[in-house]
Design a protein around this ligand. Sequence first.
Ligand code: HOZ
Length: 426
Amino acid sequence: MITKSKELFERAQRSIPGGVNSPVRAFKSVGGTPLFMTHAKGAYMYDADGNRYIDYINSWGPMILGHAYEPVVKAIQEKATQSTSFGAPTELEIEMAELITSMVPNVDMIRMVSSGTEACMSALRLARGYTGRNKFIKFEGCYHGHADAFLVKAGSGVATFNIQTVPGVTAGVANDTLTAPYNDLAAVQKLVDENKNEIAAIIIEPVAGNMGCIPPVAGFMEGLRSICDKEGIVFIFDEVMTGFRLATGGAQERLGINADLVTYGKVIGGGMPVGAFGGKKEIMQHIAPLGNVYQAGTLSGNPLAMIAGYTMLKTLKENPAIYKDIDDKTEYLHKGLDKVLSAGNTPYIINRFGSMISVHFSDKPVTDFACAASANNTLFNKFFHAMLNNGVYLPPSAFETWFISNALSYADIDETIEKTAKALNS
Ligand code: HOZ
């Protein structure tokens, strides 16, 4: 029963566009009523009708240790009594920067912002300011937030709703965005050759999570790194999803690749609105007030956001075994899903990297956006609802990765696998 969610959705649509504050959560592509949540603890979310769900979104990534993780909640509560914002520097911001630079060896300097969108937008401006070039390369199906320049062949909601051209993004802006298929090094080389000395940056999700989960194929990142080195292009890793999720050093550590600039969001804020961009000092010193590449924010370095993120990152730094635990759990889920899905007649592909995983109903490997888009996503939508009806909350789109939290127990995963079998037979 979702009577209250239905009432809330009707009411929400009268004052909020589409009834939601971020499009994918409206369930528009999967159909039905989005569930309105009241609270969450550990691996479970509870909706307005009191239903419990095993959560495989985890706020789209941040809740790596589960919901309402006590040390983070307590730290926020204590900090709030000392003011919720100063608009002036604090020692905590230095501690946060020092913690991050100690966890990610090639990040010399870091600037805090309030969202992943801001982080990517600022990193791109910095790369352009640093190189004096305008164009950049992104990959089809990658999503780097909703700044104008990135909304070209973007993943996530743009792909979910099949929006080909985003009204409001001018042709002037879009013309500087060059796109290549994910995992296609030859296509990147061609773009670079055709736009000699014009490309400021290559930005990539090192493990893509906005077209389902798509890991890079062997040699792809190394190839991009060497193109960037040869051509003086700034290599930007968008680690909004992967940062502090795949390892303390994020995808850079897991893939053994050093980016020039890295963007963060999600886990770095412990569930508060936080983003960051950082990297080599040589590039970062072009940011104002050191340099003239301007970027600013009233709530940047906000004390509540900083203490939440600091507490989360410190826990991860001091307990690196968490990463093995969470990877093992994701592998266990992978094997369980495989067993259940292989018993049916529907072709499927499970992609996984660390604690990111997704299912595409496809008969061929899913290595780029075209593969993800040609999968049977109508079937995914049915699967989503069958799982939801059985108390398992998956992303309401095949173009989103699932995020595993360490609060998830093996019993929860067994329950999920059992419910998957039930869902497939329904
Ligand atoms: N764009 C994010 C997913 N890739 C967030 C979606 C949401 O919060 O609704």
